[in-house]
Design a protein around this ligand. Structure first.
Ligand code: F1P
Length: 347
């Protein structure tokens, strides 16, 4: 992960539009909306990107599941940039959704893809190739984090061209460049994650909670656990807990909470209390001192490094991938080739 992320940061070329294949910054100047289409893990990276594109570039952004979007009518907008995200670039639903967007009059398209020779790259006007290297496993891991880097870079790049950047590009790049070493630090928590994995491997169901851009990270963490360990896991926005999922919480249910000390932390703390009051087994990833202090037998806490709020999705993804990996290893499932799944779904 650290080297794949580092290589992808380098490929951003300091947030230059050329890194995305756009020679003329005019392309970015005139766009007023972004439509992201993708499936599975790539869809979740798109959901994180919506936070960045709207916050940093201040451009409207819709994120659509490609397998749904391809069959419905949307309002054509010639100034909309269609961003298709795919590790393989061969996912049939994503290719069909791209074609569908073009048929509806949306001609500007960008691929965020890991394979330069893929059909998706051929069918888009511009592209950014992520540096995830060869993804051996069927379940995407490095593809997700490198897609996040590409999408964060896109938000910064558009904001810069539209004169909407609140800090200098150099400052933002320095901050982003710290991520690979933070990921190394995250990986050093393997011992604690192994203990969590022992508990998860005995569970039938689990819940993952996150708020803001960490909600899609909760979805992705839950998907990884489902894909490779076959344990049922659902990701929810923490605030949604009281609108239904709270009924599931009892002393048998592991509830994983992504709780960095950011602007939403007080809300997340009250969500943690809601679970605690119902005797749920809590597994909390945080860098908040007061949460660390309250760790008990049924309240497990791992301390992660601090980073800027905008980049927390990168730091909090990797422990979830590691948790899924170790849980699957304990269960003895094939982590590289899970049952019923294909590397790219081409039909
Ligand atoms: C999309 C995807 C993956 C998933 C599995 C099936 O692939 O849903 O996210 O892990 O491998 O395909 P892609 O379009 O990103 O290649």
């Amino acid at each position: 992960q650290p080297s794949a992320v580092s290589n992808t940061i380098q490929a951003l070329s300091g947030f230059a539009p050329e890194a995305y294949g756009f020679n003329a910054p005019d392309f970015f100047k005139k766009l007023n909306r972004i439509l992201i289409i993708a499936c599975g893990t790539s869809y979740y990276s798109g959901l994180v990107a919506k936070y960045w594109i709207e916050k940093i570039a201040k451009v409207h952004c819709n994120v659509e599941i490609a397998s749904e979007y391809r069959y419905r009518e949307s309002v054509p907008d010639p100034q909309c940039l269609v961003v298709a995200i795919s590790q393989s670039g061969e996912t049939a639903d994503t290719l069909a959704a791209l074609q569908h967007a073009k048929n509806q009059g949306m001609e500007m398209s960008l691929a965020i893809c890991n394979v330069a020779t893929s059909s998706l790259v051929k069918e888009t006007e511009a592209h950014f190739i992520t540096k995830a290297g060869t993804e051996i496993g069927v379940a995407s891991t490095k593809a997700f984090t490198t897609q996040l880097i590409a999408l964060y870079g896109l938000a910064v790049c558009i904001a810069d061209i539209k004169n909407r950047l609140e800090q200098s590009k150099d400052y933002i790049l320095d901050r982003l460049s710290e991520i690979p070493s933070l990921l190394k630090e995250v990986l050093s928590h393997r011992g604690a994650i192994e203990e969590w994995a022992q508990d998860f491997s005995n569970a039938l169901n689990s819940i993952y909670l996150g708020r803001g851009q960490l909600y899609p990270v909760a979805l992705e963490g839950a998907l990884k656990l489902k894909e490779i360990s076959y344990i049922h896991a659902e990701g929810y926005p923490s605030g949604e807990l009281k609108h239904g999922p709270l009924a599931l919480v009892d002393k048998m249910l592991p509830v994983l909470v992504i709780a960095p000390s950011n602007s939403l932390i007080e809300k997340v703390k009250s969500n943690i209390q809601e679970v605690k009051a119902r005797k749920g087994r809590l597994y909390v990833l945080t860098n908040d001192e007061s949460i660390l202090e309250s760790s008990t037998k049924n309240f497990h806490v791992i301390q992660l490094p601090k980073t800027h709020e905008d980049l927390e999705s990168l730091v909090y993804t990797v422990p979830l991938q590691l948790l899924a990996y170790i849980t699957a290893t304990i269960k003895g499932t094939d982590v590289d080739k899970p049952r019923n799944l294909a590397k790219s779904v081409t039909v």
